[in-house]
Design a protein. Structure first.
Length: 62
């Protein structure tokens, strides 16, 4: 079995496509938000500020 990230491979037939390859990056916007996110990380739960930034970064990368 061969796993690749391209749509076409000369001389081969694609038998299954499993989806887009993704990468994530985290960017910082504001020191106050970063401090609040750090506190949330300590007490547990989703860090919404970072989740939003991750989604925006992913869309920008695509």
């Amino acid at each position: 079995m061969m796993i690749v990230t391209s749509e076409n491979i000369p001389g081969y037939t694609i038998v299954e496509t499993v989806g887009i390859v993704r990468g994530n990056t985290i960017r910082a916007r504001h020191i106050g938000r970063d401090l609040l996110a750090s506190f949330r990380n300590v007490v547990g739960g989703e860090v919404r500020e970072y989740t939003k930034l991750m989604g925006e970064s992913r869309e920008q990368a695509l």
